[in-house]
Design a protein around this ligand. Structure first.
Ligand code: URA
Length: 235
């Protein structure tokens, strides 16, 4: 048994903001077990109580959100003969999946959740969700060579990348911010300017920053503020 506020349950199911839910309560549109509820702060057990809006039941799924520091050598998939990122998460909730893919040898921030709508919004190309990476390169980088990447580099006759922000942080190291997620995008961008990525780590996805206290392979649940930030930035 686990109680939660009615407005929290409804907003986590995407029914509306807390204000919209308060108004729906005032307008007698919300029922719990067949009784109209005018106070959005009442506590309910979403696994047992039947909540409805305009007489339509609102089905509850308990969403979970984990930040994983993906280690190299794990695959960003839900099932595979090799170790997947889900094998690292000790949680029996069904429907978990990684939001986006990192290459087998890439480390860093990976969001794992069962919240399909949120993942969909974060991955939708039209939302241009920023992703920041630490890149280490085989040979020295020079400002002059980065121009094509900053402008939007053409990878082949069918694929051109969106402009990316790049900041040099060492002789062979930089930070790059992408607005999209093409296959092997960063590796192909640097290969197109004659360099080679030797290490890649995702540090940030929109406002969600990798918790540096997590060693590769470790994970933790997101805080309420981190979840709220992601949902906001996904709109
Ligand atoms: N770009 C790459 O080349 N690989 C990743 O894993 C992510 C971005």
């Amino acid at each position: 048994m686990s109680f939660m506020r009615l407005d929290k349950m409804l907003s986590s199911m995407g029914i509306g903001t807390r204000n919209e839910i308060r108004k729906a309560c005032r307008d007698n549109r919300i029922m719990v077990n067949g009784t109209i509820i005018r106070d959005p702060s009442v506590h309910i057990d979403p696994d047992i109580d039947i909540v409805s809006l305009d007489e339509e039941p609102v089905l509850f799924t308990r969403y979970v959100y984990f930040m994983l520091n993906k280690p190299a050598g794990t695959i960003s998939a839900t099932s595979d003969s090799r170790t997947t990122v889900l094998d690292l998460i000790d949680c029996s909730v069904k429907g978990l999946y990684p939001v986006g893919r990192l290459d087998l040898d890439t480390e860093g921030l990976l969001l794992i959740t069962n919240d399909g709508p949120l993942g969909h919004q974060l991955l939708s190309p039209k939302n241009h969700v920023e992703k920041e990476y630490l890149v280490q390169l085989k040979t020295e980088i020079e400002e002059g060579n980065l121009e094509p990447i900053r402008k939007g580099i053409r990878l082949n006759k069918d694929e051109t990348c969106l402009p990316a922000e790049v900041r040099i942080t060492g002789e062979r190291e930089c930070r790059i911010i992408l607005q999209e997620g093409k296959f092997h995008e960063i590796k192909r961008m640097f290969s197109a300017i004659g360099n080679e990525v030797v290490y890649l780590k995702r540090l940030r996805m929109k406002d969600l920053v990798l918790d540096e206290s997590l060693a590769p392979g470790e994970y933790r649940e997101l805080s309420e503020a981190e979840i709220a930030g992601l949902k906001e930035s996904a709109h």
